[in-house]
Structures are given as C-alpha cells and as structure tokens.
Ligand binder design. Structure first.
Ligand code: EPU
Length: 300
C-alpha cells in the first residue's frame, strides 16, 4: 500500500491506527494514526529529515510511562533501536530504546554503581534522557557522560552535557530533538550492595505509590521547596474521582485509571486538582507528565 508520505519513509517499519491505550501506561488516549518505528539511527534520521523537509507534524513517543494523550495523533515515531548495553571500563553505553529499569539492573550485574535510583522508574532510556528522570535525590544527569541525539533538522550530534541542558524533569532534548543513546559514567561497586539499594528503593516506591493500578507516575512537578503530593493531600483531594479516573488514595500526586477511564476524564480530573490546589494553597501546579492535545503542533 502506498503511504501518504514521502518515499524516504516507505521502508521504515510502521503501523496504522494504534490505540494510545496500548502505547501508554495510563491506558487512555485516542489513536495514533501512523506509528513509525525505526530500527536504526539511519532510519530515524531519514524520518526526521523527511518530516522536516515536508513540514509534516509528528510526535516522539518513548515508553509511554509519563504521557497523557488527550486525543488522536496523526503521526508519531517510536524508536526500536536494538542492542544490549555495552561496557567500557566504568562507562556503560545504551540505546534510547533500552528499558530504563533494565539499564539500572544491568549496571548492578556488572558491579557498576550510580544508577540505583533508576531501578523503579519505568520507561525507555530515551524518555529518561528527555525528562532527566530522577528519584531519591539523584537524577540521570548526575551520571551522564555523553549523549547522542538528532537535531530537529535530523543532524546527528553527540556531546557531553553542559550546565543548564538537564534540569529538574526537563532537558534540552525536548525541543524537537530525538535522543538516540547515552554513555553513563559509573563507579565500581559491590553487586550485592547495589542490588540491596535497588530493592530498598523499589520497596519504598511500593509502599508510597499506587503501582498496582495504571498510572503515569507523578502528574505534577514539585513546586520549588514543596511537595505536589502533600499539597494535593492537604487539600483533601485523595479519592476525588471523575468517572474511572481517580486521585490515588495512596499518593496525592498519582492519578490512577480504574480500568475504563477516558482521556477526557483525566483532563477534567487534572483541571479540578489544579484549581482546588490553587484555591487551597495559592500554588499553581505545573504538569510533570507530558500532555499531548489533538491541536498541539509538531514535534515534542
Ligand atoms: N506526601 C503526603 N501525601 C501524599 C504524598 C506525599 O503527605 O499523598 C508527603 C510525603 O509523606 C513526603 C513528601 O510528601 O513527606 C514527599 O513525598 P514522596 O517522598 O512520595 O516524594 P514526592 O516528592 O511526592 C518525588 C518524585 C517522584 C519520586 C519520589 C522519590 C516528583 C514530582 N516526584 O515524589 O517521582 O519517585 O520523589 O524520590 O518529582 C515521577 O517523577 O513520576 C515520580 C513519581
């Protein structure tokens, strides 16, 4: 079948009409009309270049664990770069498609310390780079030695992070760039002690976060010096429900899907939480999750 896209895209693996319920951990959203899944950096580059040339709007999907999709999306790319992490001395190299938790576990097996904080953070390595993922006072940039990416025009680049390029749940990769892979610099450690720390972090998450229900992690960023979860809790919003979408009774900054929630219900619940926290505390919460609205523009 001929695609309504340039020739350059024909040879890249792609699927039609994939529900975002299957592409995101929250399990809501419309349909991804065309999902391109490059299996090499060259295919990813061809995709980005062709879309830039033709001014085609598209979106970049990772593991879908920090994403709320509020409608249909015409065109998206999700990398499927193959390959296991490779070790060089104290450095570990991984592709953006590799699992973030799996990378943390691989480091433990190799006796490399520094990625323990990541042992419970789902998603892809690319998503972790995009968001500068973190927990327990550590974040990816703390161990990031180099990162590899495509510029918005498709040009390949690799560099060491510079000050300001990775901040709290934000990175320079957001602006239409595509994370391709990274090198982390770790420290030698005892695999047993690393695994024990990972188990401790996972246990702490298990007791404070509603991990048995579909969720997208923390929904709002922590305002400087404050905890969004505590503000939501203190405003009495735990258990607030719109349809099957609920503010988790376990952790105020988690919204959970009881099974049949829709994207519109999550949007409504987020708006209610935001308005009531503003009313109760005078603090305007900013989303920590990425939100895709049907009217949104090109890459992101
Ligand atoms: N708290 C409440 N009520 C709640 C939730 C929390 O009173 O409903 C209190 C806790 O008792 C604690 C404080 O708020 O005193 C902080 O809570 P917690 O330790 O759960 O951490 P957090 O600030 O809510 C942050 C990250 C999490 C990360 C944890 C652990 C953000 C937005 N959240 O949560 O990251 O797992 O620290 O390091 O930065 C995510 O990014 O998706 C995420 C979940």
């Amino acid at each position: 079948m001929q695609l309504p896209f340039p020739d350059a895209l024909q040879s890249i693996p792609h699927r039609r009409d994939v529900p975002f319920a299957r592409l995101t951990t929250l399990g809501v959203g419309g349909t991804c009309r065309w999902l391109f899944e490059p299996v090499s950096e060259a295919q990813a580059q061809a995709f980005v270049r062709a879309c830039a040339r033709e001014a085609l709007p598209w979106r970049l999907l990772g593991g879908g664990s920090n994403l709320v999709v509020l409608g249909d999306v015409p065109l998206a790319m999700r990398l499927r770069l193959p390959g296991e992490p490779r070790r060089t001395g104290l450095e570990l190299h991984a592709t953006a498609s590799f699992g973030h938790i799996r990378l943390s576990l691989a480091a433990a097996e190799l006796g490399l310390s520094g990625l323990e904080y990541a042992s419970g953070i789902p998603g892809s390595v690319g998503g972790a780079m995009h968001m500068n993922a973190g927990a327990y006072g550590r974040e990816l940039v703390d161990v990031l030695a180099r990162y590899r990416f495509l510029e918005a025009d498709g040009e390949l680049a690799e560099k060491a992070p510079e000050p300001g390029e990775f901040r709290y749940r934000w990175s320079v990769l957001g602006a239409g760039r595509v994370a391709l892979g990274l090198t982390v610099r770790l420290a030698e450690g005892d695999p047993q002690r690393i695994r024990a720390l990972q188990a401790d972090y996972r246990a702490r998450r298990g007791t404070s976060q509603p991990l048995s229900r579909r969720n997208a992690g923390c929904i709002f960023k922590n305002p400087p010096g404050l905890s969004a979860g505590r503000l939501i809790d203190q405003a009495g919003l735990k258990g607030l429900r719109v349809g099957d979408a609920e503010v988790s009774p376990e952790h105020g900054n988690f919204l959970v899907n009881h099974g049949g929630a829709s994207a519109a219900e999550f949007a409504e619940l987020m708006a209610q939480v935001r308005a009531r926290v503003l009313e109760a505390h005078g603090v305007a919460l900013e989303p920590e999750v990425e939100i895709w609205r049907p009217t949104d523009g090109i890459t992101g």
